[in-house]
Design a protein around this ligand. Structure first.
Ligand SMILES: *Cc1c(COP(=O)(O)O)cnc(C)c1O
Length: 364
């Protein structure tokens, strides 16, 4: 027996599928220009922060939070013209997705994703003991009816993930494609999850297609458009028959009082959020245009990030070159289907300028 084995043999063993997992990883390093995790570049308005401090004075920390998160769900429902029983809130949309898979995935069930997409979808599928069916998108990262039909008919997935706009490619799935997915899934009783973490950066939303008799749910988050990644608040819009299953598997009191206050208060700043989103969309246009003048392939994006691939250098070389200039972008160069690709989050104008200067230095 080797020395290492000897030292670890007394340790309890995790489930074998967990032991073989690799944890979700996105480097958090101290750097001047952080354009790697699609956060908002600027904090929420100053007035929001002082309102929040006042709201916190009223929180009874000795008491459990409102388990129903009633006021927050009413407020979110109003934004979408839905009653509160169509809204489920959780600690970031990641917890929303995990709760969905706890209820609709699990042993003997399968979930379909189209790669490349947000890595946490397949991670959550695996963690919940659900069988993963991963299928490659078309070479331009698009999805179409034939691709969807092939997967749904062969695998009859219990859950199908779409991500619109898709992270990291920035593409949107049309309403028509979502309707097609619903029609394909219906005979098998599968659930369609549309992850709209970047939904506000584009013009269409699957939320408009929600109906009591459709197995469709739409997840959104305060992390990106609402400039509150640090708060960990996300929500799901969907029919009450589905959401009531989620309430059974989620932990009681999972949504703390502070988060409920902050989320509700944020909704009163909706017009600020919309103005920020508009500015990001304009800046995305500017950054995309500037990237097109460099020797890189650029994928047009509907989100707050842009995916690109250097034409004359490897992705890793460019990533390191940027890092050396204190600019951090997301490195997808070794990810399947994304060879040599990098993703840059839209920052402030000055951050984006620093990125562009660094790109010119590295590439030209
Ligand atoms: C960032 C991101 C999320 C995670 O959101 P949280 O609300 O911060 O958990 C979910 N989905 C996609 C596609 C994302 O990019």
């Amino acid at each position: 027996m080797g020395k290492l084995e000897k030292q670890t043999e007394h340790r309890a063993r995790a489930r074998s599928d967990v032991a073989s997992l690799v944890r979700y990883h996105s480097p958090q390093v101290d750097i001047d220009v952080r354009l790697n995790t699609n956060e908002a570049a600027e904090p929420p308005p100053v007035a929001f922060m002082s309102d929040l401090q006042r709201a916190l004075d009223r929180v009874d920390l000795n008491r459990y939070p409102d388990r129903e998160a009633r006021e927050l769900r009413v407020g979110l429902g109003e934004r979408y013209g839905l009653s509160p029983d169509w809204v489920f809130c959780a600690n970031g949309s990641n917890e929303v997705l995990q709760t969905l898979l706890l209820a609709y995935g699990g042993e003997g069930r399968c979930a379909a994703v189209f790669e490349p997409t947000y890595a946490m979808h397949s991670q959550i599928v695996r963690i919940t003991g659900t069988r993963l069916v991963g299928t490659a998108r078309r070479s331009d990262f698009s999805l179409d009816q034939a691709l969807l039909a092939g997967v749904v008919e062969a695998e009859k997935p219990d859950v199908l993930f779409l991500c619109s706009p898709n992270n990291p490619t920035g593409q949107v799935d049309s309403d028509d494609l979502i309707q097609v997915a619903l029609e394909l899934l219906a005979p098998h009783g599968g659930l369609l999850i549309v992850d709209e973490a970047y939904g506000q950066f584009t013009t269409t939303s699957a939320a408009n297609l929600l109906r009591e008799d459709r197995s469709l749910v739409v997840s959104r988050t305060f992390s990106k458009t609402w400039a509150m990644a640090g708060l960990r608040l996300g929500y799901l819009l969907g029919p009450p028959w589905c959401l009531s299953e989620l309430e059974k598997v989620v932990l009681p009191y999972h949504l703390d009082s502070i988060k409920q206050e902050a989320g509700l208060l944020a909704l009163a700043y909706g017009s600020h959020m919309e103005a920020r989103v508009e500015a990001v969309v304009a800046e995305r246009q500017r950054l995309t245009q500037a990237l097109r003048e460099l020797p890189v392939t650029v994928w047009p994006s509907q989100a707050n990030f842009v995916l690109f691939r250097p034409e004359s250098m490897s992705g890793t070389q460019v990533w390191r070159g940027l890092l050396g200039r204190s600019v951090l972008v997301r490195d997808f160069s070794t990810a399947e289907g994304l060879d040599d690709c990098l993703r840059v989050t839209i920052g402030t104008q000055s951050e984006d300028d620093r990125f562009l200067v660094a790109m010119r230095e590295v590439l030209l």
